[in-house]
Design a protein around this ligand. Structure first.
Ligand code: SAH
Length: 231
């Protein structure tokens, strides 16, 4: 059994052609990207490193890591976003190895092969996030870094990430996120430890709706990034 929800893939496939339009449905990912890229680069030192981006979609983060000199592999289970990612390389002139494969299958093929694994905005879309976390842990080399970003599960996260982002501000299409799939930082941290990862840090990502800017900081109430290392 493969750890995927076909309805989720369909949602992202339908929007795939708009992935690189910085004003369209993926605007939040474009706006967030410089922050998460700097955060990851500051820890990993991307130049020359082998990095895997799991659930890479149209390749916003994957390409930007390649631009910093990393050797990037990007995987997704949706065909259309991956095709868009592949085509966009013609425009950017960057190199990324895009593959349609599950994290679990790649972990069997290339265990311990990467200096760093990023898995951003994916866990809240998969049926079995613990299996994805385990695969990411298996894919990184001992001493390597893993990054997960997802959405916290509480009333504020529901109001901001679902009602606010999808209905009021319409930053995201309705139905993008399902509240029940959100993960508390404590739950994700526990899942990481069970997968053999040491949790190093949890950083909040906040959106200021008036200034329309994102920031990293201590507020993990809604969006957050967890950084872990493999023992
Ligand atoms: N990580 C990217 C894209 C996030 S959107 C970024 O942050 O910029 C979520 C992506 O996860 C979509 O491209 C979707 O196709 C993919 N996805 C959903 N379920 C998946 C699964 N089970 N395995 C791999 N990718 C999946």
């Amino acid at each position: 059994m493969i750890n995927v929800d076909p309805l989720e893939l369909e949602k992202f496939s339908q929007l795939a052609h708009r992935w690189w339009d910085p004003q369209a449905e993926f605007k939040p990912l474009h706006d967030l990207n410089p922050l998460r890229l700097d955060y990851i680069d500051g820890i990993v030192g991307l130049r020359g490193k082998a990095v895997l981006d799991v659930g890479c979609g149209g390749g916003i983060l994957a390409e930007s890591m390649a631009a910093r000199g990393a050797h990037v592999t990007g995987t997704d289970l949706a065909d259309k976003p991956l095709k868009v990612a592949q085509l966009h390389l013609l425009e950017s002139g960057l190199e990324v190895d895009y593959r349609l494969i599950s994290a679990e299958a790649l972990a069997r093929e290339m265990p311990g092969a990467f200096d760093a694994v990023t898995c951003m905005e994916l866990l809240e879309h998969v049926p079995d996030p613990a299996a994805t976390v385990q695969a990411c842990a298996d894919l990184v080399r001992p001493g390597g870094h893993v990054f997960f970003s997802t959405i916290n599960r509480n009333l504020k996260a529901y109001l901001l990430a679902v009602i606010g982002a999808e209905y009021v501000l319409q930053l995201l299409p309705r139905g993008t996120h399902e509240y029940a799939r959100f993960l508390k930082p404590s739950e994700l941290a526990e899942t990481c430890r069970r997968a053999g990862l040491d949790v190093a840090h949890i950083t909040g990502m906040t959106y200021n709706a008036l200034a329309r800017t994102y920031a990293l900081g201590r507020d993990v109430d809604v969006n957050y990034i967890l950084h872990a290392t493999r023992a």
